[in-house]
Design a protein around this ligand. Structure first.
Ligand SMILES: Nc1ncnc2c1ncn2[C@@H]1O[C@H](COP(=O)(O)OP(=O)(O)OP(=O)(O)O)[C@@H](O)[C@H]1O
Length: 606
């Protein structure tokens, strides 16, 4: 076996979904189909009309030739003609209706699957996502659901007619002449063996094609998102080689499958001619022996052709089955994943109105470790965020600042101690209610495609234009006033048609549109110049008086006026206090201040 072949074999092995996967896929399939029982019943009835109509025509034609034409009986001729017309109408009507119903059924099931996987993905935490990979999650939501949809449509339209056609056609052939009936049985068995071999040979490659789509998706995403870095470092040819090799591997497997198909196609057309000649030859003998009439030969040829035609179609559909099952099992994996972050069965209510405590959040000896890490990222953190106060978090890169912000939003749960929000353990509150009371500006300011107004209203869907303008003014996003379309100015995906600083200010404005108990700014001022940074903090101080503010920053100038500064050193609390006090008492803080003074980075922004 060559290295390439071994490679393929290994891929085939990993592509197989196993018994558990098959069971999960079939269970999901039953769940998806259950709501459409009546639609399926309609599909079966209309399909039967189609097939019976189709087989009745050659039977009537044979009777017409054998009796009406031979006896020159005009009435019988007209009778057979009318029967054939009725059969044609019933058959065609059944065909159109069954195609329509099958398309509706497949589209509905595909949509349901897509919606279920998408909704599940919204429940999953970041670490759950990592388990599947973002590229694979996209393939599972879009491409896999399409494959399942195709499988259902093709399965019904192409495979559905096979058993009925074979049984009815063989019975009709036995009715004409037992020898011809046996001949049709033999033809059916030979074709079954040939097509079975083709399916056995290409099915694993088909399943593998789906994992190749995952791989292409990952590579392409990486290439497209990192295109500037690739160009800047002159890595185009290396990246192109990587892409080419992925595409070539996919093309190679696709060509193999197509080769098997085309060989089958040729074999089928050759067989059709062989079968036709055999029926004519054996049939002529049987007519000569007065075992059957000459008109029946055309009916027998028609039966054989219909059997072969539907079997050929079924072979394409059968090949979709393992791939469709693999896609269903991949969807089932996502649907059965238990999110790391779960809502409690009976969520506690957060206090509101006069009951709201002054202490908005408290890290009560909190530690945290990532699932795949060997040691804690945060160690025994103990501090509180209070209403009307600005708490700043500073520390070297990788010291755990963003992790603190994410824990407040329950993107991660404490692995030691507890995190309280308005006096309740965050694990006792529903994620929706918790996040509703917090306004968050992520480290990477992400905007959605649409308009500025649409993005800002993510903070509060009911916000008036006046409130949006006010939030923009507080966020120092005056540049929006200068845009010809103002609030209706277009935002491209990710906000890439704005500069980093503009994006940050828009993301801050979005957070300000929401009325919250806690505002979290995760390194949100880093792309702002010192003057804008100072003006923004000044405007914010009046705006957020009634709430607690958590300000994560790298620059001392951004946080020196904070009511409380939390200094982190490799996830440990190095000090908590005000600027002057920390400069005196906390060596880690002093080192940060001094390093920024040396760089000239700590310009006095006030
Ligand atoms: N998904 C993850 N799995 C494992 N470790 C992680 C994961 N995300 C972050 N970390 C690690 O946790 C530590 C803290 O990361 P965090 O993003 O909170 O740091 P930070 O102080 O905000 O850094 P920066 O100032 O560079 O934004 C880092 O050492 C990082 O490598």
């Amino acid at each position: 076996m060559s290295a390439g072949e071994r490679d393929v074999e290994a891929e085939v092995a990993t592509a197989s979904i196993g018994r558990e996967g098959r069971r999960a896929a079939l269970a999901l399939f039953r769940e998806l189909v259950a709501p459409y029982k009546w639609l399926v019943a309609g599909m079966v009835v209309t399909l039967l009309c189609d097939i019976v109509g189709m087989l009745y025509i050659p039977t009537e034609l044979a009777a017409l030739v054998n009796t009406a034409i031979a006896a020159r009986d005009a009435d019988a001729l007209a009778g057979h003609g009318v029967s054939m017309l009725v059969a044609a109408v019933v058959g065609s009507g059944g065909c159109i209706a069954s195609y329509y119903l099958a398309s509706k059924f497949a589209a509905n099931v595909g949509r349901d699957l897509r919606v279920r996987v998408y909704q599940k993905s919204l429940e999953l935490a970041h670490s759950d996502f990592e388990q599947f990979g973002t590229g694979s999650m996209i393939t599972r939501t879009l491409s896999d659901a399409n494959v399942v949809q195709q499988m259902l449509l093709m399965g019904f339209i192409m495979m559905g007619p096979v058993p009925v056609t074979c049984v009815v056609a063989i019975l009709l052939a036995f009715g004409v002449d037992p020898v011809m009936g046996r001949l049709l049985v033999a033809v059916t068995l030979v074709i079954l063996v040939i097509f079975g071999l083709a399916v056995w040979r290409s099915a694993p490659i088909f399943v593998m094609l789906q994992s190749f789509i995952d791989r292409m998706n990952v590579r392409l995403r990486e290439y497209i998102t990192g295109v500037r870095v690739i160009r800047a470092f002159g890595r185009e040819s290396r990246e192109r080689e990587r892409l080419d090799s992925t595409f070539e591997s996919y093309a190679d497997r696709a060509i193999r499958v197509n080769l098997v198909f085309s060989t089958c196609d040729c074999a089928t057309f050759f067989l059709m001619n062989v079968v036709e000649s055999t029926i004519l030859w054996v049939g002529a003998d049987r007519v000569g022996a007065h075992a059957m009439q000459i008109g029946s030969i055309s009916a027998l040829i028609e039966y054989a052709m219909l059997i072969m035609f539907f079997m050929m179609m079924a072979q394409f559909a059968i090949l979709q089955m393992p791939r469709g099952l693999a896609c269903l099992s991949r969807a089932a994996q996502v649907l059965s994943a238990t999110p790391v972050i779960l809502d409690p069965e009976v969520p506690a209510e957060l206090p509101s109105g006069d009951d709201v405590p002054a202490e908005v959040a408290r890290f009560d000896h909190v530690s945290f470790r990532f699932g795949d890490a060997d040691e804690d990222t945060l160690h025994n953190l103990d501090f509180a965020l209070r209403r009307g106060e600005v708490t700043a978090v500073i520390g070297n890169t990788g010291s755990g600042k963003s992790t603190i912000a994410k824990m407040l939003l329950r993107f991660h749960d404490a692995t030691g101690g507890r995190l309280l929000f308005l006096g309740r353990d965050v694990r006792d509150v529903s994620q929706h209610e918790l996040r509703d009371r917090i306004s968050y500006v992520p480290q990477r300011a992400w905007l959605f495609s649409g308009t500025i107004a649409q993005n800002l209203r993510d903070g509060d869907t009911k916000a008036t234009d006046e409130r949006l303008w006010h939030a923009l003014d507080v966020a120092q996003a005056s540049f929006v006033h200068e845009l010809p379309d103002g609030l209706d100015a277009r935002v491209s995906q990710g906000g890439t048609n704005f500069s980093g600083g503009q994006r940050q200010r828009l993301a801050i404005a979005r957070a300000l549109v929401r009325k919250a108990d806690l505002y979290v700014f995760d390194d949100s001022f880093s792309a702002l110049d010192f003057k804008t940074d100072a003006a923004l903090r000044h405007a914010l101080s009046g705006e957020l008086e009634g709430a607690a503010t958590l300000l994560i920053a790298q620059r001392v100038s951004t946080i020196r006026g904070a009511d409380q500064i939390v200094v982190l050193d490799e996830g440990r609390l190095a000090g908590v206090g005000k600027h002057d006090e920390l400069v005196r008492t906390c060596p880690t803080y002093r080192a940060i201040v001094e390093s920024q003074q040396m760089e000239g980075g700590e310009a006095d922004g006030e």
